[in-house]
Design a protein around this ligand. Structure first.
Ligand code: ADP
Length: 468
């Protein structure tokens, strides 16, 4: 199906809508104004006829007992010019003055021109000359009768029609100007809507070509469009993050593998060349390097398992206090070696969790706490039970973590410089595994630390969600 640009569709629809609206308003106002004017003319005509009757009434003089026919003639001829044909009777209905008798030709001319004009301009009006009778009174007595014949319901002269058509032209002009204005507004408006959309589409296309760096920069006042651009920016950000992580993962794996592989290779070479004797110690060094590689591979394998979408949790009710004591016991010999005191305190907190994985979380945290302590300190697990959560604190008095490292230690392969320089320490995967397990339980893990003083890892496990 043919696709049209959003801008065109919006502009056309908007223009059509405005066209219909303006046409309706113009037509309605035109009709209303015309009708109003016609009714005004009709009323005016009636008023004029009434005035005519009144002014003729005054031409009767009771004292002289008669009509001033000279004036009647003057008034009658003037009225004829305005389209009023009058006939005056005395009180016995004898004709005193009749416009038609007086100037038949002029009367017919006037009637004809009015009738023709009105039939031309208002063909559906079906008007005609009609006689309106007035009783002429003085001091409460009838002194005569007046018949005024004029084109009814109303008639208009040339100037009236000119006025009407001027009015119509003005209305049409206003309609035209508003239409042009509205269409320009429509185009402006559709541009305003379309611009951020096309920019967002452009960004999505760039992202699909692998450029995760682009972001929507403009200002948007429309809520939905703002949310769209915001969502795209967010998507670009997380894709960029993922991409960086992927790159770092590859280089970190290479980095982690390089040293042990190089060590094994050089030992092997020298032993094969006979430069070094393959003593049990040297073979053991090779074995330890190989062990490092093997540990790394199993760490990676575990991480892959954890991070796969189907991390299936086998939840049972677990007493976290009891589990902590068990974990601490497992580290007994390492604690003793480093002369570190291990402690478990706090509430008996019952919660539905995957026991094996929760044990791993605690083991990793305690193992780190021991690894990153210089000895003669303490490692403590504190369990806190609240209505909604079970909280596990793993605290140590070890080397601590600098502020800039705090946010990053949960990333894969991230190791602080201080821990890289140490002989102990793994590949930087332990905390990533911890975080993955905690998140699978819909919990959170945070860390507080001060360099040289120690660290505290806080795992918060929601009880409600854990029942799901
Ligand atoms: P690793 O295998 O290196 O211990 P982790 O993912 O467990 O990897 O930890 C990542 C990094 O976080 C460590 O290398 C270390 O620098 C830092 N870290 C973790 N736990 C502690 C702690 N208790 N005290 C100080 N630093 C820690």
């Amino acid at each position: 199906m043919k696709q049209y640009k959003l801008r065109t569709v919006l502009a056309i629809r908007f223009a059509l809508l405005i066209l219909v609206a303006i046409s309706l308003v113009s037509i309605i106002s035109n009709v209303l104004i015309n009708r109003q004017f016609e009714s005004y003319v009709e009323k005016q005509q009636k008023i004029e006829a009434d005035d005519l009757a009144k002014s003729l009434e005054t031409q009767y003089h009771i004292g002289k007992n008669g009509w001033n026919l000279d004036y009647v003639h003057g008034i009658g001829m003037a009225a004829l010019d305005d389209g009023f044909i009058i006939k005056l009777y005395d009180k016995d209905e004898n004709i005193l003055w009749d416009a038609e008798n007086h100037d038949m030709r002029l009367c017919h001319e006037v009637m004809e021109s009015i009738a023709v004009r009105m039939q031309n301009k208002r063909p559906d009006m079906e008007g005609s000359f009609q006689v309106h009778r007035y009783d002429l009174m003085q001091t409460g007595e009838i002194v005569g009768y007046l018949d005024i014949s004029y084109y009814s319901p109303y008639y208009m002269d040339e100037t009236d029609f000119q006025f009407m058509s001027a009015l119509n032209r003005i209305l049409i002009a206003i309609g035209g100007v508003s239409l042009v204005g509205a269409m320009s507004m429509g185009i402006l408006l559709s541009n305003k809507i379309v611009k951020p959309i096309s920019e967002t589409v452009g960004i999505i296309q760039q992202i699909s070509m692998g450029d995760y760096n682009t972001r929507f920069q403009g200002n948007i006042t429309t809520k939905e469009l703002y949310e769209l651009a915001h969502a795209v920016n967010h998507m670009a950000e997380s894709l960029e993050e993922q991409e960086n992580l992927r790159k770092r993962l590859t280089s970190d794996v290479a980095h982690e593998l390089r040293t042990p592989v190089a060590n094994i290779a050089s030992y092997m070479e020298m032993m094969m060349d006979g430069v070094l004797e393959p003593t049990p110690e040297r073979l053991e060094t090779c074995y330890r390097e190989w062990q490092r590689i093997s540990d790394l591979i199993s760490d990676l394998e575990r991480l892959r398992q954890m991070e796969s979408e189907h991390l299936v949790l086998q939840k049972t009710e677990v007493n976290l206090r009891e589990l902590s004591e068990m974990v601490m016991k497992n580290f007994e010999s390492r604690l003793r070696q480093k002369q570190i005191e291990g402690q478990v305190v706090g509430d008996e907190s019952l919660i539905l969790v995957d026991r094996g994985r929760m044990q791993q979380v605690m083991s990793n945290l305690v193992s780190n706490a021991i690894k990153y302590s210089d000895g003669k300190g303490m490692v403590r697990i504190v369990i806190k039970d609240t209505k909604k959560n079970s909280i596990i604190y793993v605290e140590d008095s070890g080397i601590g973590i600098s502020t800039q490292d705090l946010n990053r230690i949960f990333e894969r392969f991230y190791r602080t410089d201080r821990s890289r320089n140490r002989k102990t320490g793994g590949a930087g995967i332990g905390l990533t595994i911890v975080k993955t397990i905690v998140q699978a339980h819909r919990g959170t893990i945070t860390v507080e630390s001060e360099e040289g003083k120690g660290s505290r890892f806080i795992v918060m496990l929601p009880k409600g969600n854990s029942l799901q």
